[in-house]
Ligand binder design. Structure first.
Ligand code: PDD
Length: 278
């Protein structure tokens, strides 16, 4: 398990950043997570594009080029010899005195790591997963994949304590937007529904895959956030994410979704997604 930091490749545990790095002090940075299947990163281009877009949105200076990031990922994967892995990429605003305003030219800190993953998602295929609803205590720019992840940590822990897989964020108007690390889809009367892109959700790469698969499989998709009521009455629900892949939600807050089993349309998407990544 290796890391790229300061233009060097080292074992992950040996990678060190200065304590004044603004990522450490302020959470001043952005990240992305991609999955490697059989040596090939799935949709690396989309992950790199999103990382660079997020970095531009927080006005980071000296953002690495797409070609540089691709080369670093290649080198890391080569050196690690891993074939099934999680790829983590992070850019922070570098080391500087602790002030909100930052020196104009501080070079960004780029950290990339590869870690082994097992195809853990498989174990939920038959049973499905459960979720709880939690208040969306995040900020107004969830489209930026910020390393400020306290809401994810707090709500992820709440899900863990409840013994469920995911916590889904709802707002005061009764809309359910996404999970702590997944996007949410419903199947209602044979059509898909998911929240539209915008500041309320992270535009997931797996969400995009599913939307493309929906087109290919002939399903309509409405881009509208789910209401809590729809959540309770949906025929099927599933969540999507790089590490989650496509998982059927069989209960929310302890109440069964649809039949209480992974739905048949969900299965169709799971199989189509498998083909896409394999
Ligand atoms: N999380 N929504 C949120 C809030 C997320 O953090 C993620 C991903 C997604 C799904 O995006 P994608 O399909 O591109 O993985 C949706 C990553 C995996 C993480 O934080 O570990």
């Amino acid at each position: 398990e290796l890391a790229y930091l300061n233009e060097m490749i080292v074992p992950v545990d040996e990678a060190k950043v200065p304590v004044r790095d603004r990522g450490f002090i302020f959470g001043d940075g952005v990240y992305d997570v991609a999955r490697v299947y059989d040596v090939r990163p799935h949709r690396l281009g989309a992950h790199i594009e999103r990382l660079r877009r997020c970095a531009r949105q927080i006005e980071l200076c000296d953002i690495p080029s797409e070609a540089d990031l691709e080369r670093i990922v290649d080198e890391l994967l080569d050196a690690s010899g891993l074939s099934d892995a999680m790829l983590y990429m992070q850019l922070t605003r570098g080391a500087a005195p602790r002030k909100s305003a930052y020196p104009a030219e501080t070079p960004a800190t780029l950290f990339v790591s590869v870690e082994r993953v097992r195809r853990g998602a498989d174990k939920f295929r038959d049973t499905g997963v459960e979720a709880i609803l939690v208040e969306d205590i995040r900020w107004d720019r969830n489209d930026i994949k910020s390393i400020n992840l306290l809401p994810k940590v707090l709500m992820g822990q709440r899900a863990h304590k409840a013994g469920v897989y995911e916590a889904l964020y709802h707002d005061a108007d009764g809309h359910v937007w996404e999970g702590t690390s997944t996007n949410l889809f419903a199947i209602i009367d044979g059509a898909l529904q998911t929240a539209p892109e915008g500041p309320r959700i992270l535009s997931g790469t797996t969400r995009r895959d599913v939307l493309e698969l929906a087109e290919r499989l002939g399903y309509d998709c409405e881009l509208r956030p789910l209401t809590e009521e729809q959540l309770r009455s949906a025929d099927e629900l599933f969540v999507t994410g790089t590490l989650t892949e496509v998982q059927g939600l069989v209960a929310v807050d302890g109440t069964a979704v649809g039949s209480g089993e992974v739905g048949s349309i969900t299965r169709e998407f799971q199989e189509a997604y498998d083909e896409l990544v394999e």
